[in-house]
Design a protein around this ligand. Structure first.
Ligand code: GDP
Ligand code: MG
Length: 851
């Protein structure tokens, strides 16, 4: 085979035959015809000649970069020496192709390469022959084996006939089970598939129709089918597994049978709700959860078996595995609901304002609410027994006002964080004898963030020697400017104790309400918000609902959050039974299926069936998780959107260790505002980050910044539940720089601090040798000897430095893990006290990516 004609050689090296012949002649070789054979020796001689004449124009070298494609095709015949009469001839073809590119500038190299080519051709010739020979040998061996197998098979024929029957039965059984498991499998499996000698996955008609090409990327196997449950790169591997599995479960069938007929995929229609766990998803496809996890890992997300994944992700997984995802839409149901236009249509009437009372602790919020309720709620007739139902409304000569009876900004912001905006006006209670206090400022920030106007009630004016004017001045410093000083805040001096000025306060509220021009539709089905709910022993679930629009009537079918039911009875705040309630009226509703959450929207629907359907759908146990997840994306989006230049406002909530830092941050960050991006500091204060801060951040989609302060346990829990990220800093410049970068969309690798451990100081010992040693319990992560640390007191950073020593009993150690006690000596700091926390952190560089 190594003999090649001149013509073939010319074709192979891409030179015209004539020219090659000339060159051969010039090389002193006696080859003159195109069909003459050219030996290896002659090829080398030609090469030598060409190399010697280098510099002259030799076509193979002087051509511009040019491709040389070498193609080898060797055909030979194999005779099968099988059973007598069965002998047949098989053509064996060996093909090889390689492309080379030559460049004139690297002529010498080119020569080398040509030489290599020639050598290559020779080598490949040799290899081809060898390959052929090997093939021949293999064929022979295989033939022999086949023959043996055939003999065996003949012996087993009867045995197998029996097995077949058994298998058929088992197959039908397993199909049933599978269908039951999938719950959705529609078409009955084609049991004829079970006729195959080997156990195969039954093929359904629709599956057969699809296998032609519907599947992803046309990853067809040699059987012309698509593999199911297999990621693209894993086809081969999975196939083996499959076969093994089926032959294994087939019950004593020899493995070779599994090859005789390919398995056919079951294409399932997998119904995916808005959220689903990995385990459930796997179950719906009748595969192991591990397969789903593996696939997701390949898709770049780490999932656990119980992890809830969203619909979109689940759909990708389902498609990837060759099934058809069917997205169950909750919105379809909800949209149907929304078609019943609640607000539109009807004539709008002025409605009563809904008021929340906020202020610092002990400034008299509860007292004021109590006084107003006692004095104004028509409870007299009902025997003076008023009950706390979370809200009440009062009728004054000038109009009606509804009060939310849970004072404080926690409730207010928590509601807002849940998406319920029900408060129209905030009454800010400030005790005249105490003045503006931290929670007063928080309340202002919360009201402002919600865009709700303030009416200030300067309380406790009955007390001797107080100065209401001083309160005004203090409030001005926080941007609350009284009307008489050119601002828009209405002030009223009151005494929750004596009731002095309360009427004037109510008037002020109504004046403010008039400015707001609050209106609502009075007719039509009601919608409202749940204020609170409880389970009453005698009456079952009880919910207080503030009607926002329409009129709620006894007998209406109410859908609220996860619950629904026919309104069996309605009570007002005095405990009196009522038949209907219009806008801004709070009512107690009996008859719901359970206790809805505060902040849930309540709407009246026409059909009980529909209400139940939606309530049940919403009850999907992962709904809350999903809400939390939505929050995650929402909150994190703020920064990402900024970086992408999409958002045009950045809300910040800042907590700092000292007033000076808080102010400095507020000023310098606010100043970063430009025409394109507005930086709004919604709240800034001193002290650790608390739940209220987190709620404010959730409600306003704000970035939470802790400057030398940390979040307390409650805030951390809320933050992680709702996906709010806590941004800790210790250098003002870092804060400004990061915000600046996120605004300008510039992404630089950032050095992030990551807290790796937290220890609580239980006791402090004085050691003559080591100074103060803090006896600590590691409560989170691990404390490492060589990492930087901070000492926290009341969640505020009081020292930053390093560890002098880390000991477990009497031994120096490098690391102490959570749940373990240890002795910590802080370098250059001797004032560690019991109750302090020691935070261990590390600095890592994170390359930031867009997307
Ligand atoms: P809250 O924490 O804001 O709800 O405040 P409270 O309503 O519980 O009141 C705290 C304390 O201040 C209680 O002892 C009240 O009696 C007292 N207090 C509330 N309002 C007044 C007031 O107008 N005058 C006087 N002298 N004491 C009041
Ligand atoms: Mg109170």
């Amino acid at each position: 085979m190594s003999q090649v004609t001149v013509e073939q050689f010319a074709n192979a090296v891409g030179v015209p035959v004539d020219r090659l012949l000339t060159q051969l002649g010039a090389a002193g070789l006696s080859v003159t015809r195109a069909d003459e054979a050219i030996s290896d020796k002659e090829k080398l001689a030609l090469l030598k000649h060409l190399r010697e004449s280098h510099g002259e124009v030799t076509p193979t070298v002087a051509l511009e970069p040019k491709k040389v494609t070498l193609k080898r095709k060797i055909v030979s015949e194999l005779k099968q020496t099988g059973a007598p009469g069965k002998a047949k001839t098989v053509n064996v073809e060996v093909r090889s192709q390689r492309t080379y590119i030559k460049r004139s500038v690297v002529a010498t190299e080119e020569m080398g390469r040509q030489e290599a080519q020639l050598a290559d051709i020779q080598e490949r010739d040799r290899q081809s022959i060898e390959a052929l020979e090997t093939l021949k040998r293999q064929k022979a061996v295989e033939e022999q084996q086949k023959q043996e197998a055939l003999d065996k098979q003949a012996q087993q024929a009867r045995l197998e006939a029996e097995q077949e029957a058994r298998l058929k039965a088992a197959q039908t059984e397993s199909i049933k089970v599978e269908q039951a498991a999938a719950g959705k499998a529609k078409a009955p499996a084609d049991t004829t598939a079970a006729k195959a000698k080997a156990p195969v996955t039954p093929e359904r008609p629709d599956a057969a129709a699809k296998k032609g090409g519907k599947h992803r990327d046309g990853k067809e196997t040699k059987y012309g089918r698509q593999e199911l449950h297999v990621a693209a790169e894993k086809l081969g591997h999975r196939k083996k597994k499959f076969t093994g599995k089926y032959s294994g479960s087939g019950g004593g069938v020899t493995a070779k049978h599994a090859f005789e007929r390919p398995t056919a995929p079951i294409v399932r229609e997998v119904a995916i709700p808005e959220t689903i766990t990995v385990a459930e998803l796997a179950q719906k496809m009748s595969i192991k959860a591990a397969e789903v996890i593996k696939l997701m890992m390949k898709m770049g997300s780490m999932a656990t078996i119980n992890q809830v994944i969203d619909q979109a992700t689940a759909a990708i997984v389902v498609e990837e595995l060759g099934h058809t995802p069917k997205l169950l839409s909750e919105s379809a149901l909800e949209e149907e609901l929304a078609q019943v236009d609640i607000t539109g249509g009807g004539e709008k009437f002025t409605r009563a304002p809904v008021v929340t009372i906020m202020g610092h602790v002990d400034h008299g919020k509860t007292s004021l609410l109590d006084y107003i309720r006692r004095a104004k709620v028509a409870a007299g007739e009902a025997g003076g027994i008023t009950q706390h139902i979370g809200a009440y409304h009062v009728q004054t000569e000038k109009g009606m006002i509804s009060f939310l009876d849970t004072p404080g900004h926690e409730a207010f912001t928590a509601m807002r964080a849940r998406g319920a905006k029900i408060t129209d006006i905030v009454v800010l209670v400030v005790a005249a004898d105490d003045g503006v206090m931290p929670q007063t400022i928080e309340a202002i920030q919360h009201a402002r963030a919600a865009g709700v106007p303030l009416v200030v009630a300067v309380n406790k004016i009955d007390k001797p020697g107080i100065d209401p004017e001083r309160v005004k001045q203090e409030l001005v410093q926080h941007g609350v400017v009284p009307e008489e000083w050119g601002g828009d805040a209405i002030f009223a001096n009151v005494s929750a104790k004596t009731g002095a000025g309360v009427d004037a306060l109510l008037d002020s509220i109504l004046v403010q309400a008039e400015v707001l021009e609050l209106t609502a539709v009075r007719d039509g089905p009601a919608s409202g918000v749940v204020i609170e709910s409880s389970l009453d022993k005698g009456r079952g679930p009880v919910a207080t609902i503030l009607v926002k629009s329409g009129t709620l009537r006894k007998g209406d079918i109410l859908l609220t959050g996860h619950e629904y039911g026919r309104v069996r009875a309605m009570l007002d705040e005095a405990g009196k039974s009522i038949d209907e309630a219009g806008p801004s009226i709070p009512v107690v509703v009996l008859g719901l299926s359970g206790t809805p959450n505060a902040g849930d929207v309540a709407i009246v629907v026409a059909e009980e069936r529909k209400a139940r359907e939606i309530a049940l759908f919403r009850q999907g146990k992962f709904r809350d998780v999903k809400l939390a997840r939505q929050q995650v994306t929402k909150i994190e989006d703020v920064f990402t959107q900024m970086e992408k230049g999409k958002a045009n406002a950045l809300n910040l909530v800042i907590k700092a260790d000292v007033q000076g830092s808080a102010e400095a941050l507020r000023d310098s960050l606010s100043r970063l505002s430009s025409d394109e991006v507005q930086v709004r500091v919604l709240g800034s204060g001193v002290g650790g980050i608390n739940e209220s801060d987190v709620n404010l951040a959730i409600a306003s989609q704000a970035v939470l910044i802790g400057f030398n302060v940390r979040a307390d346990a409650g805030a951390r829990r809320l933050a992680s539940e709702s996906g709010v990220k806590l941004h800790y800093y210790s250098i003002i410049y870092d804060v400004i720089d990061e915000i600046k970068r996120s605004i300008s969309g510039m992404l630089a690798p950032e050095i992030k601090e990551q807290i790796i451990g937290l220890a609580e100081v239980r006791d402090v010992f004085k050691s003559p040798k080591l100074g103060a040693i803090a006896g600590c319990l590691v409560v989170e992560g691990a404390v490492r000897r060589n990492n930087p640390i901070r000492v926290l007191r009341n969640n505020v950073v009081i020292f930053q430095g390093q560890l002098e020593s880390l000991r477990r009993f009497k031994d120096d150690v490098n690391e102490v893990r959570a749940g373990t006690e240890c002795g910590i000596g802080v370098k250059d700091y001797n004032d560690v006290r019991p109750g302090d926390q020691i935070e261990v952190f590390e600095r890592i560089e994170i390359a930031r990516t867009l997307s």
